[in-house]
Design a protein around this ligand. Structure first.
Ligand SMILES: Nc1ncnc2c1ncn2[C@@H]1O[C@H](COP(=O)(O)OP(=O)(O)OP(=O)(O)O)[C@@H](O)[C@H]1O
Ligand SMILES: [Mg+2]
Length: 350
């Protein structure tokens, strides 16, 4: 019988152990998760230091690094979990969105593994993976809840109506918030990755420069939409203008003021989304969720009022456990791919 014909009839196990593979950007990440909630192993091999020389992720370097690291990451995950291949019930892999060459390494590897081990292959959306990181953070978390998705490529407020149904209340109409952090970091001559370096600098600064809070009010689209390109341009103009006039800028203050403008709108819109839906749970997903100012602002605004789920920083940025967790949900639905699975540079949030 052909691989897929046989796999389609795989009996579904409630306590399934899923091996998740993530290679959409510069992290080669492999994790093993039981029943979508319990992390048994979690390996991340990052090529960030190689990209730092160039000020941003170089797709070709990312792809080559994944090729070099993926076998080691998988072997380490198995070894550290104390399991062997027979204990694994399915292989989940990020099929998109991300860098195509980087994704292809993970997808090709996952297909080979699924075929060789005779396991179901489960395609996973990277964005859904970020959202599912919250199920790892709070073992009792159940939909419905609001999630604020704030990553390098996406910014949105979504209703998670049930495990499979997302409703996007609003999203960015231009840049993502993480992208804005990275671009502002560049103009301040901070090394890659920009987000954590802006945060570090901002801690020593004052919020004393008036940058715009884009789409905070008076916008004709969804009140939950975001825009970051105007804020980014305002910061770039501020820095360039000072340079042209030969004036010194206080980088710490620029970082701090930018961070306030970028983050405060997210917290405000999250509050409006909770009010609109009447939901009593708010979760954070995506790399900017690792930002200390955002984490504190959320706690200050919502602690004691609603249930707040903020994953550990490691599970906000890209990781394999979130892919295994979302993979588990897809596995329960029998959403298996055959060996023609391909990588996708873009996938809609749904
Ligand atoms: N402490 C931090 N403060 C602010 N931003 C941060 C922090 N840590 C990480 N980031 C930002 O998070 C982004 C990386 O997050 P993530 O890994 O989720 O994005 P991505 O995978 O590149 O994009 P996407 O998930 O949208 O496809 C980068 O833009 C990075 O600057
Ligand atoms: Mg990501």
């Amino acid at each position: 019988m052909k691989y897929y014909e046989k796999i389609k009839t795989t009996p579904i196990k409630k306590d399934a152990i899923i091996l998740g593979i993530e290679t959409s950007c510069d992290e080669t990440a492999v994790a093993i998760v039981r029943a979508g909630r319990e992390i048994l192993a979690d390996e991340i091999i990052s090529s960030a230091t190689e990209h730092a020389k160039y000020g941003g992720v170089v797709p070709e370097i990312a792809s080559r690094s994944h090729t070099e690291a993926i076998l080691t990451a998988t072997e380490n995950a198995l070894k550290n979990s104390g399991l062997n291949k027979d204990d694994i019930d399915a292989i989940a892999v990020t099929e998109g969105a991300g860098l195509l060459g980087a994704l292809l390494v993970g997808v090709s590897f996952a297909k080979s593994l699924a075929f060789a081990w005779n396991k179901p292959l489960v395609p996973v959306s990277h964005i859904r993976g970020h959202i599912s990181a919250s199920y790892l953070a709070d073992k009792d978390l159940k939909p419905p809840f609001i999630t604020i998705l704030c990553s390098g490529g996406h910014t949105a407020i979504c209703e998670v109506k049930d495990y499979y149904t997302l409703k996007v209340l609003g999203s960015t109409i231009d840049d993502a918030v993480g992208e804005a952090f990275d671009k502002v970091a560049r103009v301040l001559s901070l090394p890659y990755p920009g987000g954590p370096n802006i945060e570090r600098l901002a801690e020593k600064g004052q919020n004393n420069i008036k940058f715009p809070k884009m789409l905070a009010n008076n916008y004709e689209g969804s009140e939950f939409d975001f825009s970051y390109s105007g804020l980014k341009t305002a910061v770039i103009n501020y820095v360039h203008r000072a340079e042209q006039l030969g004036q010194q800028i206080v980088k710490e203050d620029v970082a701090c003021s930018f961070q306030h403008s970028a983050i405060d709108v997210i917290v405000d819109k999250a509050e409006k989304a909770l009010k609109l839906t009447g939901y009593k749970t708010l979760a954070v997903s995506g790399g900017v969720g690792a930002n200390g100012y955002l984490r504190k602002a959320l706690k200050d605004r919502f602690s004691g009022k609603i249930k707040l789920v903020i994953p550990e920083k490691r599970y906000c940025t890209d990781n394999g456990a979130m892919i295994a967790s979302e993979g588990y949900l897809q596995y329960l639905n029998g959403n298996f791919a055959d060996l023609t699975l391909n990588a996708k540079a873009v996938v809609p949030i749904k």
